[in-house]
Design a protein around this ligand. Sequence first.
Ligand code: NAI
Ligand code: F6P
Length: 382
Amino acid sequence: MKAVHFGAGNIGRGFIGALLDQSGFETIFVDVNETLINQLNERRSYTVELAGSAESLEVHHVSGLNSIQQEAAVIEAIAEADLITTAVGPHILSVISGLLAKGLKQRSQNNGGSVNVIACENMIGGSESLKASVLEHLEGDEADAVLAETGFPNAAVDRIVPDQFNEDPLAVKVEPYYEWVVETPPIKGERPAVEGITYVSDLTPYIERKLFTVNTGHAVPAYLGYYYGHKTIMEAMNDPKVKDVLRGTLAETGAVLVEKYGFDKETHQAYADKIIERFENPDLSDEVTRVGRAPKRKLGPKDRLIRPAFEYAERMNEEPSHLAEVIAAALLYDYKEDPEAAEIQEELKNDGFQATLVRVSGLDAGHPLVQLVEQKYNQMKA
Ligand SMILES: NC(=O)C1=CN([C@@H]2O[C@H](COP(=O)(O)OP(=O)(O)OC[C@H]3O[C@@H](n4cnc5c(N)ncnc54)[C@H](O)[C@@H]3O)[C@@H](O)[C@H]2O)C=CC1
Ligand SMILES: O=P(O)(O)OC[C@H]1O[C@](O)(CO)[C@@H](O)[C@@H]1O
């Protein structure tokens, strides 16, 4: 079986590529990073180290292609693939969509049969959003032909893989825990035979539970950690002020999830406690600036901060005061090397607090959450 995977980065190599090899796939990584591509082609294998354990695994049957310089080869690989996956970052999905469309068009002209495209990104509706971008590159009949044979099932992926600087550019250290959940209704043909995928008929409770617990939770030591001058997630987790806000935040998102999906309260609490332990893994060194990267995306209407805060306010009829503090910290996040952080700081300076928050979050200016975050922001700034 052949897989084409876009993005040979942390999650691509450390999670998706590892499971694909274990499941008997030959994986072609498509990336723009020449070093990674050359190393994959020279060595045809790499090592995944499991943090906190003496165990490591060798991933074999891999190679690399450059998405810009080797377009024809990527199109051919897509036309022949049994599975297509991505882990490039939400903002890159539209960038790869033109090439993916060309490959899928070629596949349909060759009568290549059904295939599924799974976007493994931290976002709600990742594969669906990729599908919409792919369709922008296809005309009427060819779009119909591609859609008849191509499934775009959404997925939730969970494994913490920090940025790391290893002597071996392909080696990657990951936490042992992982979860990969894929929805079944959009699948075309057979379900992809990847060991470790959990198939579900409705992904919504899974993706929201993951995004609003793991990722909302992680945003707390990231943004408040940065605010209190901590460099790593570990340092932030050792700060009782941060830990208190983390617990309060997960209580707020937990209340929304329990109310919305009927999760058992104690089971959900155990899930949240386990996630806090994962953030405290002493064998993973993660910078607050990696976890906090791209604050504009993270402050978006459907993402990990605004969405649960909005739902808490609406459903519980109470103030999400911990979430509001994290949102305020994200707005105060002024890390200069992060382009989205710099943009937010510029907008705050030029347009003021309310206009900036309303624009990034999609909230109505009159929503009580806007006032609540403004209060927190002003207190924290002072
Ligand atoms: N690192 C983690 O712990 C987790 C990350 N994710 C998600 O996985 C996605 C990737 O994250 P990471 O692996 O951490 O990022 P990363 O930065 O390590 O990897 C992204 C890869 O995409 C490549 N890329 C960029 N533009 C490209 C293009 N036009 N064509 C092909 N490849 C291109 C980059 O060169 C890089 O190798 C994100 O959506 C992230 O939210 C999800 C769960 C865990
Ligand atoms: O990958 P994103 O969406 O930028 O956010 C970082 C988050 O993703 C992870 O990398 C994996 O879920 C977490 O470590 C962190 O919560």
